[in-house]
Write a protein that binds this ligand. Structure first.
Ligand code: PMP
Length: 362
């Protein structure tokens, strides 16, 4: 049997073993076609089926209403940072941003290159260790949209509830928590996410967009950066990242086989509880970075009081088969990313390793 690491990488990240094995089985000969899916025309009936089914599965599992489109694009979530304002901003109508950390900051910086922006709230004074109180969010009356980062991958914070969208188009970067829990899609105008954390390998970016927002992109925008191009062509305007889409298709079927997105949430909560409990019961040896009400069920960020011990923790964890536990260079410390496909067994093993490390070094 293949030896699998306890993979806590932040992204690209762990994929379900079943999915990898299925891809392996079909790799050389996709459904008897005598070639892999990667070698086929994206205009073939086989690929069209993959494209359509992936969008349909996404709709079914994530409860996406009929008046929304599911787009499968390239360029990563980073391209959405500019594509979104290009398509939605208008003179006198700024994009409002909730500043929650590193990724919100990147999104805002790109939007500034495109047009007018505003900061609707920020938790920078708290080192981005929490999501701002929803009541403190101030949205300019003319805002074209309110942009949130539903899960800050680096700081390890996540919205427990979303801002009210009665009077504004709510837009979310869900790159690091898409389909980790059920979401009322109708609250949002647009949701976007790179696939490489919860849904598959890198190379494909999912955009879920309400119809009225993506029908008519402003005339001056280049073809590939217009949402309406991809709506009209069902994401087949040009050559799509076919292998990545195929992998997302398999991951979606895996989510379905596990009982769907609500079941994923329960599983993710069970997994992260093991690690958060270990932190909270360590008598201060481990300290969680995110404030209690803002803790993420995808990225657990924590520290040890002494940096030398943090280095030792990373080194020893690697010797024990753990991967990806070093925190992002911008915040330091330690981080365990526990995306959908990270097994409970990996989290159990990590909690045990953490307790043992404390026993030996506390
Ligand atoms: N937003 C968030 C929240 C992310 O975690 C990331 C990737 N780590 C990005 C955006 C950028 O995604 P990509 O690399 O697909 O451009």
């Amino acid at each position: 049997m293949t030896k699998r690491a306890f993979n806590f990488n932040a992204g690209p990240a762990a994929l379900p073993l079943e999915v990898l094995q299925q891809a392996q089985e079909q790799f050389v000969d996709y459904h008897g076609a005598g070639m892999s899916i990667m070698e086929m025309s994206h205009r073939s009936a086989e690929y069209e089926q993959v494209n359509n089914e992936t969008q349909a599965l996404m709709r079914k599992l994530f409860g996406i209403p009929d008046n929304y489109h599911v787009l499968l694009l390239q360029g990563g979530a980073s391209t959405q940072f500019s594509m979104l304002p290009m398509n939605l901003l208008q003179p006198g109508r700024p994009g409002a941003y909730v500043m929650t950390g590193s990724w919100a900051d990147k999104a805002l910086k790109e939007a500034k290159l495109i047009g007018e922006t505003a900061v609707a709230a920020s938790s920078e004074a708290d080192k981005f260790a929490r999501i701002p109180n929803l009541g403190d969010i101030e949205i300019p009356a003319e805002a074209a949209y309110l942009h949130i980062t539903s899960n800050e991958t680096i700081e390890g914070t996540q919205y427990a509830a979303y801002p009210n969208s009665d009077h504004v188009t709510l837009v979310a970067d869900m790159s690091s928590d898409i389909m980790c829990r059920p979401v009322d899609i109708s609250q949002f105008g647009i949701i976007y996410a790179g696939a490489q954390k919860n849904l598959g390998p890198s190379g494909v970016t999912i955009v879920i967009a309400r119809d009225d927002l993506v029908q008519n992109s402003p005339k001056h925008i280049p073809t590939m950066l217009r949402y309406d191009t991809h709506v009209k062509s069902s994401s087949l305007y040009n050559t799509p990242p076919s292998f990545s889409v195929y992998m997302v298709n398999l991951v979606l079927k895996w989510i379905e086989s596990k009982g769907g997105v609500a079941q994923m949430e329960q599983y993710n909560r069970d997994k992260t509880k093991l690690i958060y409990d270990t932190i909270d019961q360590s008598g201060g040896f481990y300290r969680g970075f995110a404030h209690a009400g803002s803790r993420s069920i995808m990225n657990i960020t924590f520290r040890i009081h002494n940096e030398e011990l943090e280095k030792l923790f990373v080194k020893e964890s690697e010797q024990h088969g753990f991967v990806g536990l070093k925190g992002h260079r911008s915040v330091g410390g330690l981080r365990a990313s526990t995306y959908n496909a990270v097994p409970l067994e990996s989290c159990k093993a990590l909690a045990e390793f953490m307790a043992d490390f404390q026993k030996r070094n506390g």
